[in-house]
Design a protein around this ligand. Sequence first.
Ligand SMILES: [Zn+2]
Length: 124
Amino acid sequence: MARNKLRPVIIVCGIALIVVYYWLDPCTWWTPKCPFKLWTGYSCPACGAQRALHAALHLDFYAAVRCNLFLIIGLPYLSAAVVSHLSGRRYAVTLRRIVASKPIVWSYLFMFFIWWIVRNILQM
Ligand SMILES: [Zn+2]
């Protein structure tokens, strides 16, 4: 029930976020800075996600990959997770079951932490 009430709010916020990141370049406008990077000097797995999103929305996938490779690789999974939780359609139940399955979630988390370590070793 709560999902049905929140669905329009989440969709509007998602569209607003896409519009904002399409029009505003995070390199030239004020955007939230990563607290992990400010405190430690190391990149977190999401560092560069705002720039990657901006580049991807302008179909500059090379720049997007350079900003945050994991975001671009994980985008299909994240999109499937969002769609499966927001959609009330029948296929969403199957998709949700796949997205939330233990092997998929553990694989995603494994890649997430590997990306976190590798990007700081290679200074990506
Ligand atoms: Zn960060």
